[in-house]
Design a protein around this ligand. Structure first.
Ligand SMILES: C[S@@+](CC[C@H](N)C(=O)[O-])C[C@H]1O[C@@H](n2cnc3c(N)ncnc32)[C@H](O)[C@@H]1O
Length: 282
């Protein structure tokens, strides 16, 4: 196996709670925190309704679907991130001799409301794109609004509905950044099942720039285990229950992909929050 290495808001309440961290009694902090976790999803839904009244173009997913993938109400950010990810995918695939605009059959695993796939669909009809996600509302929106690709819902755990070796390319943008270790292991095995031998798997993971936002004791935990999965109730009712935040070290994710790959490459995005890992299936 050859290895190489190369070069995504909190509201004011949260800040106030952080400042009170050392002065408030435990039961008060816990009541405030539980109040915050009830109010935040409600506030998100209200903001989404307001946003849909404002700048909703018919070609855009509703604000709640956009929020689920971007944690932002900004249309500009939704478009810019999608475009950026599509460009990065194209560059990475190209480095492995694959033109993403003419790549056979490609799977966008965890496609959400199509933030990335819509950008690729706008550029090509030569690659057959398929998107899957657990979010049936997002999948329904993509099916009705994004021409040129097919979309399916999958369960939180494998399998996918596709046969062995169905895809030339599988990519997952900001999906493994949310799954716990057990789900990741299950999904890696399943994704390798549906990729053909010699086909490419491209995953985004939180890179070093994202690690810096963690407190020191969590960085130490990440370094010693290779993976850190932190749960939060903040988005309960907005995103799936098992959806939290995960960080990996380069060594950990590369070694997880190695057994089924002939090449694994970690690609750092210097100014980015997420890096990429690329594997060529044996
Ligand atoms: C941050 S969003 C990214 C969406 C999309 N990849 C993009 O770049 O806009 C993460 C997506 O992973 C999806 N997801 C989480 N767990 C999943 C699973 N077990 N199977 C499929 N999709 C999953 C979520 O529903 C969500 O749409």
């Amino acid at each position: 196996m050859r290895r190489c290495s190369g070069s995504l808001g909190e509201c004011a309440t949260m800040h106030i709670m952080a400042e009170w961290k050392f002065t408030l009694p435990g039961h008060v902090k816990s009541s405030l925190s539980s109040m915050y976790h009830r109010i935040f999803p409600f506030w998100v839904r209200l903001r989404c309704i307001a946003s849909d009244f404002g700048d909703r173009s018919p070609s855009l997913p509703p604000a709640l679907l956009r929020f689920r993938v971007s944690e932002s109400f900004s249309v500009g950010q939704f478009n810019a991130i999608g475009e950026g990810c599509a460009m990065q995918l194209a560059d990475i695939a190209c480095a492995f001799g694959v033109d993403i605009l003419n790549a056979g059959v490609a799977l966008d695993f965890g496609c959400g409301c199509g933030r990335t796939i819509r950008q690729l669909l706008a550029k090509t009809h030569s690659t057959t794109f398929i998107g899957t996600d657990v979010d049936h509302e997002a999948v329904a929106w993509c099916s009705s609004n994004l021409a040129g690709a097919s979309f399916f819902t999958n369960e939180m755990v494998p399998p996918l509905m596709f046969d062995f070796a169905s895809f030339d390319l599988v990519y997952c943008i900001s999906v493994f950044t949310h799954l716990d270790e057990r789900l990741q292991d299950l999904w890696l095995e399943e994704l390798f099942r549906v990729i053909r031998p010699g086909g490419i798997l491209i995953l985004s993971v939180h890179g070093r720039n994202a690690h810096r936002s963690l407190p020191e004791f969590q960085i130490q935990k990440l370094k010693s285990y290779g993976i850190l999965h932190l749960t939060s109730k903040k988005l309960l009712g907005i995103v799936p229950e098992q959806y939290h935040t995960t960080w990996h070290t380069e060594e950990y994710i590369v070694s997880r992909l190695s057994a089924q790959s002939k090449v694994v490459c970690y690609r750092t995005i210097p100014d980015g929050i997420q890096d990429y890992v690329v594997a060529i299936k044996k």
